[in-house]
Design a protein around this ligand. Structure first.
Ligand SMILES: Nc1ncnc2c1ncn2[C@@H]1O[C@H](COP(=O)(O)OP(=O)(O)O)[C@@H](O)[C@H]1O
Ligand SMILES: [Mg+2]
Length: 247
């Protein structure tokens, strides 16, 4: 059984249909990338999985059980944590306070153990343990929101554009931590503008185009696909999806 299955999902904002008949799945231990231009519906899909949006039709199944009518809070308790777009830290709380808030569903002793793992993964956060989160750099704030999501010990981690707007050297740091997360056996659904780096990390990928699934395959197949190369990989190493805006 798949960890996550999405079946024929339709999501609307009023009369705007943001997702049309989208189906995808994620197996335990996989890293699956979700690619697509701005406005393709990637964030809409993430917010629907985490219970922040209600689908008009279709199903979201976690280990076979439908969750598309569950509250966002109960979905966190079922083991799905989302790192939303835009690195929203609690700016007037310290680094360690931000992390502890991520563990609100868990017992204190267990959370302390996970905190040690987060410090190991992000030593820069440990160095800045008492610093107010609002004074961190963009890259450090991204590490903090990833760390905060890990504090819930999710079965499935949803990451929405973790590298957006960060300098290349910081992006490499973020991807290095994503590789560590994968080594720990966590399952990840990753939305990324940087298609090349995402496909090098992921096992499989889906490409959304204006709310519909356009392509899917193994990451290696998609990296080699002429269509992906033309539309999404461009020339050089820093190519992103912005240039092929389908919206
Ligand atoms: N709150 C909203 N109200 C109305 N339309 C929205 C809202 N959020 C997103 N949309 C529209 O839904 C579509 C998909 O958006 P989104 O999921 O944010 O795409 P992506 O994350 O791939 O850039 C776009 O056409 C966008 O304009
Ligand atoms: Mg988005």
């Amino acid at each position: 059984m798949k960890l996550l299955e999405i079946r024929d999902l339709d999501v609307r904002y009023g009369h705007i249909q943001a997702l049309k008949g989208v189906s995808l799945d994620v197996a335990e231990g996989e890293i699956v990338a979700l690619l697509g231009a701005n406005g393709a519906g990637k964030t809409t899909l993430m917010r629907t999985i985490s219970g922040l949006l209600r689908p008009h039709a279709g199903e979201v199944l976690l280990r076979g059980a439908p969750i598309q009518r569950s509250s966002a809070d109960s979905i966190v308790r079922l083991g799905i944590s989302q790192v939303p777009e835009g690195r929203r830290v609690f700016p007037t709380l310290s680094v360690v306070e931000n992390l502890r808030l991520g563990a609100y569903t868990r017992a204190v002793a267990e959370a302390a153990q996970t905190l040690e793992q987060v410090w190991t993964m992000f030593p820069r956060l440990l160095e800045r343990r008492e610093q107010l989160a609002g004074t961190l750099s963009g890259g450090e704030q991204q590490m903090l929101v990833i760390g905060r999501a890990l504090m819930a010990r999710p079965r499935l981690l949803l990451l929405d554009e973790p590298s957006l707007g960060l300098a290349p050297i910081i992006v490499r740091d973020i991807f290095r931590s994503l590789r560590q997360i994968r080594q720990q056996g966590m399952t990840v659904l990753l939305v990324e503008q940087n298609a090349r780096m995402a496909l090098k990390l992921a096992d499989r990928a889906y490409v959304l185009e204006t709310g519909r699934l356009r392509l899917q395959g193994s990451a290696a197949e998609l990296l080699a696909s002429p269509e992906i190369q033309a539309s999404y990989l461009g020339h050089g190493s820093g190519a992103s999806l912005g240039a092929s805006d389908a919206g």
